[in-house]
Design a binder for this molecule. Structure first.
Ligand code: C2E
Ligand code: MG
Ligand code: MG
Ligand code: MG
Length: 288
């Protein structure tokens, strides 16, 4: 399964960083090495229909398997990857990896990818996504892009046309971490979101603060009026799930239902038989 991952990782390293080979004794140097050596893994966290608990899809969450530090979570390196521009080759690798993985799953499993504001500013991003879809054969309807409101603050006109092009491919669009950002109402109506992900801080506060239930309830009403679906993130208890269901949330994601996990484990968890295990495909070819 690492064949195409290995290949594309090296290719992108060559393209983006040929002049930067000297090793540096910093986290940035580590991060460059990590890209060169393909030390990243994409883990997947499932999300479910809040009512029926049927699987609906997964969110791709990147991890860095550091040779010394072990598994490093994205909050520890995505900001550095963004400020150094390394998020561009890394993000390209992630999109390719995700499309390749998801192609092996049943058609009813959607897959969501997070995009950072820095990636969003790259004019090549559309081509990167389009060619990852074309190369893997993944139906664009199964791919969802998650962005936060900060992406939408600048470059409104460019963003609009970019988002229109993505939607033109059939990809869906989710607004992540809703409730933590800025002009929520404006961004909700200005862009064609298919889904809102309510930030986990509201879910965590459900049992301690009545205001959280009031906020979620009004977001649900608003979203319904706009024809947008709602996911609650960070669902950790049955009690929270029951409350969210009563509030009318469509999807639930969180440790209660499944943690982010490596792809093999995800496939077991969702009882997915890999499509490639069932067909007579020729053996995968290693490429240098
Ligand atoms: P996010 O997109 O909002 O992802 C949800 C985060 O909540 C994940 O953290 C997930 O592991 C965590 N989470 C899920 N369920 C629960 C729960 O029940 N309780 C609690 N307390 N947490 C839960 P993670 O994996 O550490 O990712 C953090 C952030 O890093 C993500 O937030 C996303 O903004 C960013 N990120 C992750 N992968 C990528 C990526 O491939 N590209 C980019 N650009 N950003 C990424
Ligand atoms: Mg997300
Ligand atoms: Mg989130
Ligand atoms: Mg987040």
């Amino acid at each position: 399964r690492s064949k195409s991952a290995g290949r594309s990782c090296y290719t992108m390293y060559d393209d983006a960083m040929s002049a930067e080979l000297e090793a540096r004794n910093t986290l940035e140097g580590d991060l460059r090495d990590a890209i060169a050596q393909c030390q990243f893994e994409v883990h997947y966290q499932p999300f479910y229909d809040a009512e029926t608990r049927e699987r609906r899809g997964v969110e791709a969450l990147v991890r860095w398997r550091h040779p010394v530090k072990g598994l490093v979570p994205p909050d520890k390196f995505i900001p550095l990857a963004e400020s150094t521009g390394l998020i561009v080759p890394l993000g390209e690798w992630i999109i390719g990896r995700v499309c390749d993985d998801a192609t092996a799953w049943p058609d009813d499993v959607k897959v969501a990818v997070n995009l950072s504001p820095v990636q969003f500013k790259q004019s090549e991003l559309f081509d990167v996504i389009q060619s990852a879809l074309a190369r893997s054969g993944l139906d664009p309807k199964r791919l969802e892009i998650e962005i936060t409101e900060s992406v939408l603050l600048e470059r409104a006109a460019e963003n609009e046309s970019f988002i229109d092009r993505l939607k033109g491919l059939g990809i869906s669009l989710a607004l992540d971490d809703f409730g933590t950002g800025y002009s929520s109402l404006r961004s909700l109506t200005a862009f064609p979101f298919n889904k809102i992900k309510i930030d986990k801080s509201f879910v965590a506060n459900l049992s301690v603060r009545d205001e959280s239930a009031a906020v979620i309830s009004s977001v649900v009403t608003l979203a319904r009026g706009l024809g947008i679906q709602i996911t609650a993130e960070g669902v950790e208890t049955e009690e929270q799930l029951a409350q969210l269901r009563a509030l009318g949330v469509n999807f639930a994601q969180g440790y209660l239902l499944g943690r982010p996990m490596p792809v093999e484990q995800l496939e077991q968890h969702l009882d997915i038989a890999r499509a490639s295990d069932e067909t007579d495909e020729p053996a995968p070819q290693e490429e240098g």
